[in-house]
Design a protein around this ligand. Structure first.
Ligand code: PMP
Length: 433
């Protein structure tokens, strides 16, 4: 029991009918201990759990809710559109509007195709890259997550120039064998692989702002090297912007770094809380998709009008007023970073708060924040578990995993941030060094 009897009762029921009581693994709280908190409702920066307790939320549905929970413009767009029909399975104005917004905002996109999740977006982009290059190999980087397509659930093989092995049961070794996994921020390893096998590589896939194993901020030169080597070897560079797209700026990480990928994938913010993913690139590449070209990809609920309307309402609010939304997000997130960093400094921890725009990560280890998955101290997860529990008891909800980031939304206020910093100061006394 956790002092949350209604959540506990729901969890007991859930355990009987859902594996680990959840629909997606990290929600089960296994890496921080304790039991999941069941949400009952949410608005703005807060949610209320099944027991009626209110929490300040820094998960924001894992990134989509950049405007906060239940933003009135998004909810109105959803209700208006839903009243006209939930799904058509046919073209509709809403998908054209969202596509125009996306293509009109991101300079390197001439066309997009909508899907229903980030997983589908990346899986489809990789298929397109394979289709146009006629090659099978894919390069990814350890610590980056790209959804759960078979050939992307892969760990590094025994040598850097070898291809990978499955990281999940159920993935055929032959699928994983098409994917090479390299460390982030390692130019030599990347050079060596492209020198030896560059002509087998269809795509180099990266989260340009890796945010699934902490926040592993990459040097611009490393991303530039990927760009140059892909061009030289005839491989496509795919930026997985499922988290960073429309989160770190209107043109995502590509815009921030000034580096142009061949294909980019989106999810999360682009759907404003509804199930939407997208992938896009040049007209020449996108016209290789069926029915114009030989690369097949389809979806019953793709371009769903209600989901498209939620995405369009979200992007319209974000893109209004000449960047004001991003400036506000940046200011709020900077206030949070500085406040938390001061607390960590006052306590003499040597730990740091990493930030890119409105994405933050608590790096609970001394020294320079890591740029590679391999450099994350495994002891940090225990420290995070204690911190997570102490913050939860004080009404602050962080992701139930040390490897997940925090998201600040436009619904957070300066007062919310101050409240968080004060709770953090208090909670830190319960965290072992
Ligand atoms: N790519 C990245 C970078 C992600 O962060 C995620 C999900 N966290 C995915 C792909 C998969 O998206 P989804 O969970 O919507 O399938």
């Amino acid at each position: 029991m956790t002092g949350r009897p209604a959540s506990h009762a729901l969890y007991e029921r859930a355990l009987a009918v859902l594996p680990a009581g959840v629909s997606s693994p990290v929600r089960a709280f296994r890496s921080v201990g304790g039991e999941p908190v069941f949400y009952a409702s949410a608005a703005g920066s807060r949610f209320v759990d099944a027991d009626g307790t209110s929490y300040l939320d820094y998960v924001g549905s894992w990134g989509p809710l950049i405007l906060g929970h239940a933003h009135p413009e998004v909810v109105n767009a959803v209700c208006r559109t839903a009243a006209k029909g939930l799904s058509y399975g046919a073209p509709c104005a809403e998908e054209v509007e969202l596509a125009e917004l996306v293509v009109g905002t991101v300079p390197h996109l001439e066309m997009v195709r909508f899907v229903s999740s980030g997983t589908e977006a990346v899986m489809s982009a990789v298929r397109l890259a394979r289709g146009v290059t006629g090659r099978d190999g894919v390069v990814k980087f350890s610590g980056c997550y790209h959804g759960h397509a078979d050939h992307l659930l892969v760990s590094a093989g025994s040598g850097l120039a070898t291809f990978g092995t499955p990281s999940s049961a159920g993935v055929p070794a032959s699928f994983a064998g098409h994917t090479a996994v390299l460390p982030l921020d390692d130019s030599d390893a990347f050079h060596a692989l492209m020198r030896d096998r560059g002509n087998e590589i269809a795509a180099v896939l990266i989260e340009p702002i890796p945010a699934n194993s902490g926040l592993l901020v990459q040097r611009r030169e490393f991303l530039e090297l990927l760009r140059d080597e892909c061009t030289r070897c005839g491989a496509l560079l795919i930026f997985d912007e499922v988290i960073s797209g429309f989160r770190v700026g209107p043109a995502g990480a590509a815009g921030r770094f000034g580096i142009t990928p061949d294909l980019a994938t989106y999810g999360k913010v682009i759907g404003g809380g509804m199930p939407v993913g997208a992938y896009g690139g040049s007209r020449a590449l996108m016209e290789q998709l069926s029915p114009l070209g030989p690369v097949y990809q389809a979806g019953t609920l793709s371009g769903n009008p209600v989901a498209m309307a939620a995405g369009a309402a979200t992007l319209r609010r974000l893109l209004a007023d000449d960047g004001a939304a991003y400036r506000r997000l940046d200011a709020l997130a900077a206030q949070l970073q500085q406040g938390l960093q001061t607390v960590l400094g006052d306590a003499g921890t040597g730990w740091s708060v990493v930030r890119v725009g409105s994405i933050l990560w608590l790096s609970l280890q001394p020294g320079e924040p890591p740029r590679r998955y391999e450099d994350i101290d495994s002891g940090a997860a225990d420290r995070y578990a204690a911190l997570h529990a102490a913050l939860l008891a004080r009404g602050i909800y962080l992701a139930p995993s040390a490897y997940e980031v925090m998201f600040v939304s436009l619904a957070h206020s300066e007062a919310d941030i101050d409240e968080t910093i004060a709770a953090f100061r208090d909670a830190l006394t319960e965290v072992p060094r």
